[in-house]
Design a binder for this molecule. Sequence first.
Ligand code: EPZ
Length: 419
Amino acid sequence: MDKFLINGPCKIKGKVSISGSKNASLPILAATLLFDKPVTIKNLPRVRDIDTMLNLLKSLGSKIILSKDRKTAKIINKKNMKTFASYSLVKTMRGSILVLGPLISKFHKSKTSLPGGCLIGARPVNYHLSALKQLGMEYKIKDGYILAKSSGRLKGKTIKFPKISVGATEQLLMATVLSSGKTVLKNCAIEPEIKDLTQFLNKAGANIKWSGRTCTILGVNSLNQTSHTVMADRIEAGTFCVAATLAKGNLQIKNLDPKIINTEIELLKKVGAKIQTLDDKIFIKGPDKIKPIKNIKTKEFPGIPTDLQAQLMVLMCKSIGKSSITESIFENRFMHVAELQRLGAKINIQNNKAFIEGNNKFIGAELMSSDLRASVALVLAAMVANGKSIVGRVYHLERGYEDIENKLKKIGVKIKRLK
Ligand code: EPZ
């Protein structure tokens, strides 16, 4: 298993280009199962989770033609597609569950593996299943699989999600575009990735309209040939903004619409970063002294994303004073804390709240990655620690950050891969 050797503290300066969004690409790729005609998806990030989804589509019968740089995929579906999503593919990436809605909607049957547990929380799929059931999907759970069927097209209905869920909203959007009649989804997630999925489907002839957290879908008979460019990855952008703020950096972050990280920009300004935005780029300069924030709380969009919580915790460790972070989306997303403590962080966890004593001097150490965002937080921490740190299990990073090693090297991070 590869490791990263990082020699801190590093000065960061230069330009970084943001890749396509992993979490927008995954549902968009799953939604291609709804098409009879070819679809072209551009700006896919070259990360392992996208390979997993492409392999899943191939296993279902899709023909996938990748461009040389592997960022554009032309997807052509067969007449007779398979409807079996195996445990071996679903267990490596929970996002694979997103094929269930399209399979049921288009082929009226599916055997899809349940994703199982996850390091950041239990992450059940009960909202997905109960909402699909209300549209006419019958299912039972057997041997770890969801055995599902419907007698013909799913039927439109009004459904209110008990809690805001990104995945359940995406699942239901995809399941209803080809349903009969009108569906009204209430209490939906409104993350930019969901708006990107909507744009993609509407371009292909779907009829989806949004008003606040309510989404109205009028079912259509089929979708047209189309091409779509995936939005920029707002979590990658947020991570580089935190990096610049943390390390007195001076970065130009390109290839994104800064509006998708408005909340994060406002927070980093409060911390002391100097930020300027243009249509498609951000200029950010880190402060000499990082100000603490008393009560950061992760929330659904447009709140502070849970996917940036670990990175913000590193920032607060280096702030001058006391701060706290409440994780309100996942019940177990503090796996990075014990590793940060090995560098010298002073963090005390009480339930879902972390109390952070700032002004920490990090001393390099050997660290272990647990999940994607925790791993990138460890890389950021190693970057501002004194001396050498080794971050293990970097495959977690490769699931979601394109070319992270070279992007960091280019802006001055002393990082080396150990095979
Ligand atoms: C998406 O996960 C993202 N994944 C996650 O990205 C992200 O952290 C999360 O949204 C929150 O923003 C993808 O887009 C592929 P949820 P998802 O359904 O859809 C509970 C990353 O690092 N819940 O909004 O699984 C759930 O347990 C990651 O890129 C149920 O109880 O998140 C959680 O507590 C990891 N039952 C909360 O709702 C359900 O049926 C929100 O989860 C569904 C969810």
